[in-house]
Design a protein around this ligand. Sequence first.
Ligand SMILES: [Zn+2]
Length: 322
Amino acid sequence: MKRPVRALTFVLFLLAAFFSVAARAPEVRTIWTLSRRYTNLSDLAKRYRMQFSRDSSGWNFGNRFGILKLYPEKRDARFNNVRIVPSFAPLVRNGAAYASSVDVNTLINPFFTTKKPYKHKIYRIVIDPGHGGKDHGAIGRIAREKNITLQLAKLVEKSLEANGYAVTLTRTTDTYLGLAERPARANRADADLFISLHVNAAADRSVSGIETYALTPVGAPSSASSTPTTSRAAGNEFDFNNVLLAYHIQKTLLERTGATDRGVKRARFAVLRDLKCPGVLVEIGFISNSAEERKLASSAYLDRLAKAISSGVIAYHRSLSQ
Ligand SMILES: [Zn+2]
């Protein structure tokens, strides 16, 4: 009789331990306003055992992975000083800070979680030089986007291969390639990561800088919009990874170039939608800005960009085992 009694006591002990932990987990308050759910950031910080503080410009939310700075009523944030465009502006209600639950799920959780359910192998990387052939992309005074992206892709290939990765380019010559064919080639190559390279252009010639795009998650608006996306694409399988990869590449690009930080953004780009692996699209600079065009036309600068992209991939890869 002794054994069953001991077993029962043990089960009761486990149940008591479970309920006392459950009872101690702090409640995270949410509110429904502006047609969506918002999460109380102070409660969330307690639940996640993170630091949460306020200073003159906004809120700081952090743990050992870094600090996310959020600004009340602004669709702007910084994660370890890299600009991130949140889905919605955080807000104040009854003196407390709230972030949209969409941002909790698609920014805060990927950046700060200590569980890595999205850990994956990284060996084959597909680099996609934007445009090609009859599609010149953006045209500057001295350079063309399709040539810059191809030259850069070959330098990224060299740098990643020197670090032990296997690299495939979606095009290796000045040939036309449709948008759907680019992720299709990555999927056929059984890619573990996909990076599409592009050059920006704007009517305002003073605009310059670098921005990195991840696929817009379902329920979130693209950065250039305020209407949430409702359709799910294959690439949404990797929402956590996509934004982390975008952050690491944007960070190393800024560190190596000192370029203007236009941020980690979201868009439903065709080249990202159908991917069966994590991927990003990098806009490496503005061909319409004469100073930036001169840099983009120099192989020394492209080499610097290539090494930065390669370092970003390595940093992302390392972050998965932290
Ligand atoms: Zn382009």
